[in-house]
Design a protein around this ligand. Structure first.
Ligand SMILES: Cc1ncc(COP(=O)(O)O)c(C=O)c1O
Length: 445
């Protein structure tokens, strides 16, 4: 049997899956029938089916046949959900109920401070006091060297990532990221025609040796690192690893984006990687995770060489982030209340991690918004996500965070989006029971 033949048959079947001719859960024809249709032998078809099993496009059950796997789409599984009806384990947001009334008060006060100057098209780099609030915020969690000139205001961290990817790279360029990463980074890169390449992770975060290897082989223009409570794995880079990454970046003279949106979750501040290489790094922080994603307040510290160019990008993009939000944000930071709210989120995360550990019997991280949960072997990831969804449990498949390499066979669970602890507990019990159960294929398919 020629190798080319069975691979070709596998491709034909994949094309049928992709076109919807063979939909999810569809039972593939018996070997003999497809062999007849495609003028080949049953053994060649069997080998093609096995290849598709390995690629996780289909799955085989002894005595029942081979079925098309369920592939859930990203928008289906990472979504805002109705807190009353669904158990939303998919969105990494803070526990909003806790922050509702302080945020309301801050917004009310902000509207009182609004004057005709702030209502108009103010200077596009934003009000100096708002930039200074960003300097204070980032400094509190380990960044040094920020000032009101080199700190820019963005509409959240996602906006900062998008600006930087567009400003620092060209279509066709490569960006190095952690091999499991925040899908928002991959989405920007894809829409902008940039390639992403994954760098291995270990228990301390991005591996410096592999970063060096990736730089040598793939020549990325830019490296993006999430150093604290990394999304999705929850890993936090210790200081020594941060130094090693800074050394690799400096030795190769390339750009670093340090997305420290979860830095406030560290029990003690950890010095930013950017402190070591200020002229090569762009540091992102913000209030979405500590206070509310609705504030859309991101703070971006940039090298002096890039202040003017990035200000011009912001001006061209959005002119200016809404000063109204920044009045409230600055007031929360200046009064110290923002830090108290962030600390309360951290404490809630610790409590919820403990609850998840007791109910799921799995030791995740001590703190952090998410649990990177290994799925029992008998479950296929996408199938688990869909079965969970049928029960109102919205979870994220590990495959959505994969840049390259092996399928992670994990589920990412956000422990903070469900407001009530009681509902969180119910949801975790339902997930535990589902994970323990055997999947039974609907006999009517
Ligand atoms: C690593 C990382 N960066 C950025 C963001 C987006 O943050 P923002 O809501 O401030 O745009 C997220 C959200 O999940 C994230 O996990």
């Amino acid at each position: 049997m020629s190798d080319a033949k069975f691979k070709q048959i596998a491709k034909t079947i994949e094309a049928r899956i992709d076109s919807g001719e063979y939909p999810a859960k569809f039972k593939l024809p018996p070997h003999r029938a497809l062999a007849y249709e495609l003028s080949t032998t049953p053994a060649t078809v069997a080998k093609a089916y096995q290849l598709l099993v390995d690629k996780k496009r289909v799955e085989s059950f002894v005595g029942r046949g081979t079925f098309v796997c369920v592939q859930a789409s990203l928008s289906e599984v990472i979504q805002p959900a109705d807190d009353e009806q669904d158990y939303n384990f998919s969105i990494l947001q803070p526990c909003l109920l806790q922050n509702l009334s302080p945020l309301r008060d801050a917004m009310m006060q902000a509207t009182e401070q609004l004057n005709t100057q702030l209502m108009g098209y103010t200077e596009h780099s934003g009000h100096e006091s708002h930039r200074l609030a960003g300097v204070v915020w980032a400094k509190h969690y380990g960044l040094i060297g920020g000032n009101s000139d080199n700190t820019l205001l963005t509409n959240g961290a996602q906006h900062a990532l998008s600006l930087l990817i567009h400003a620092l790279t060209e279509p066709g360029d490569t960006i190095a990221v952690e091999s499991l990463t925040y899908p928002g980074i991959m989405a920007i890169a894809k829409s902008a025609g940039r390639h992403v390449v994954g760098v291995q992770l270990d228990d301390e975060g991005m591996c410096p040796d592999d970063l060096q290897q990736v730089i040598r082989l793939n020549r990325p223009k830019l490296v993006i690192v999430v150093p604290s409570h990394q999304n999705p794995t929850g890993i936090t880079m210790p200081p020594a690893r941060r130094d090693e990454i800074a050394n690799v970046i400096a030795a190769n003279n390339i750009w670093l984006i340090e997305d420290d949106i979860y830095g406030f979750l560290n029990p003690e501040p950890i010095a930013a990687i950017s402190n070591r290489i200020p002229q090569l790094s762009f540091h992102i922080s913000g209030l979405s995770k500590a206070i509310s994603p609705a504030m859309r307040c991101g703070f971006l510290k940039v090298p002096d060489s890039h202040i003017a160019v990035l200000q011009a990008y912001i001006r061209a993009n959005i002119w200016l982030s809404s000063p109204l939000n920044y009045i409230a944000a600055a007031q929360l930071i200046e009064s110290g209340e923002a830090f108290q709210l962030a600390e309360r989120q951290r404490q809630t995360a610790i409590k919820r991690q403990q609850m998840a550990k007791e109910l799921l019997g799995y030791q995740g991280r001590e703190t952090g918004f998410q649990l990177w949960w290994p799925l029992p072997e008998h479950w296929q990831q996408e199938r688990f996500v869909m079965e969970a969804k049928n029960k109102g449990l919205i979870v994220s498949s590990g495959s959505y965070f994969k840049v390259n390499g092996e399928d992670p066979h994990h589920i990412r669970l956000s422990l903070m989006a469900i407001s009530s602890e009681q509902r969180l507990q119910q949801g975790l019990i339902m997930l535990r029971d589902l994970a323990k159960s055997e999947f039974v294929m609907n006999p009517h398919f």
